[in-house]
Write a new protein. Structure first.
Length: 366
């Protein structure tokens, strides 16, 4: 597993997770590092990778993946990560999920959750870990500390999304041009057959999807990023984007949500009984209005599909209903996340409510 982080990197000769600090990188909160994560005897080990590739490493990647790059120029570890993830996804026929966690999560929490998501939904998870563990504080002070770190992590998230998009283009540009040429040559006059062949060739070459899930306060990082004037945004990088239990204001959310770009679906999930978001709503501060993941009012986005988990069996007051009883005991919820996290349409078997613009889960047949 790869981990992308803007946490400070501590001096540490060993592989333990305490190499990751509790605060943003001292070079600046937009500084990114990539680590290779392994699990041995139920313990996580981290190898923080050198940022710059050697010329030999770069040349091998360029030759192996037929990249339109100059091997004499500087290249960085994000290129290596992208190439190896794509190769793994093709070989294993698994989709790739970039995961942005929420409030009060240390690195071990993030890795444990990512591991469970991989096992349950059959995806390759790449977590983005921002310093969300309260800086040693408790209660409201902990929450405010994490919120400040979330704001400070905006440019780091933007940089990560930028290199994902850039590397995706590099990995596919030559092949896509070749596929288009082949389809156009075989069907020069029949545009429908040309487009159909082109789509089949693309699917055969790229038998996986790339998706993004943001949980809780991770959505606040995304919101602040999209409001920034220098943000590159998400581009057409992701097939599906899931905003789960979003701990950000519901008010006027469509103004920034509708700036998102994606290939297939944008889902926003809601549970009005979510205890964590109810507690977030009660935090002090003028900006703690109704939370997006906590209310069925004002669902005005023209791009998003709102999914209502309130009253769905076994969800209760859960804040993370993509795991636990909600998915082990409710097959409909498991099916939704299985499809959505693998880049597919997930709402067809749900019940649409035009009065409030959301989808409900049907009752379980007992």
């Amino acid at each position: 597993m790869y981990l992308v982080t803007n946490r400070v990197i501590n001096r540490n000769d060993g592989p333990a997770l305490d190499v990751f600090g509790d605060h943003p990188n001292t070079r600046g909160p937009n500084e990114l590092r990539i680590a290779k994560i392994t699990r041995k005897k139920n313990k996580w080990h981290a190898d923080v990778l050198e940022d710059e590739l050697s010329r030999q490493e770069a040349k091998e990647l360029i030759d192996t993946f037929d990249l339109p790059l100059d091997p004499e120029k500087k290249h960085y570890i994000d290129l290596s990560m992208a190439c190896k993830l794509a190769a793994q996804a093709r070989k294993e026929k698994r989709s790739i999920l970039f995961f942005v966690h929420g409030y009060n999560n240390d690195v071990e929490d993030v890795l444990n959750r990512a591991h469970h998501i991989e096992k349950r939904y059959g995806v390759i998870v790449v977590p983005f870990s921002w310093p969300a563990d309260g800086g040693g504080l408790k209660g409201v002070a902990n929450y405010k500390s994490d919120k400040n770190d979330a704001k400070a992590s905006v440019v780091a998230l933007d940089r990560m999304l930028g290199f994902i998009n850039r590397n995706l283009v590099l990995l596919t540009s030559n092949n896509l041009a070749g596929f288009w040429h082949e389809a156009s040559r075989k069907h020069p006059k029949d545009l429908e057959k040309r487009d159909s062949l082109y789509a089949r060739l693309v699917d055969k070459h790229c038998p996986f999807t790339i998706n993004l899930m943001l949980h809780s306060m991770g959505n606040y990082v995304l919101k602040q990023m999209l409001k920034s004037s220098i943000s590159v945004g998400t581009g057409l990088t992701f097939d599906n984007i899931l905003m789960v239990a979003a701990d950000t204001n519901n008010l006027d959310h469509s103004l920034w949500v509708d700036r998102l770009h994606y290939r297939r679906r944008l889902y926003i999930t809601i549970n009005e009984d979510d205890n964590a978001l109810a507690a977030s709503r009660m935090k002090s501060g003028q900006d703690q209005l109704s939370r997006l993941g906590h209310t069925l009012s004002g669902l005005m986005s023209t791009k998003a599909k709102y999914i209502n988990f309130t009253n769905a069996p076994y969800v209760g007051n859960s804040h993370a209903y993509f795991e636990g009883n909600a998915v082990t005991r409710n097959k409909q919820i498991h099916r939704f996340f299985k499809l959505a996290l693998n880049g597919k349409s997930a709402e067809e078997q749900l019940l649409y409510r035009p009065d409030i613009n959301c989808y409900d889960f049907p009752e379980i047949q007992r």
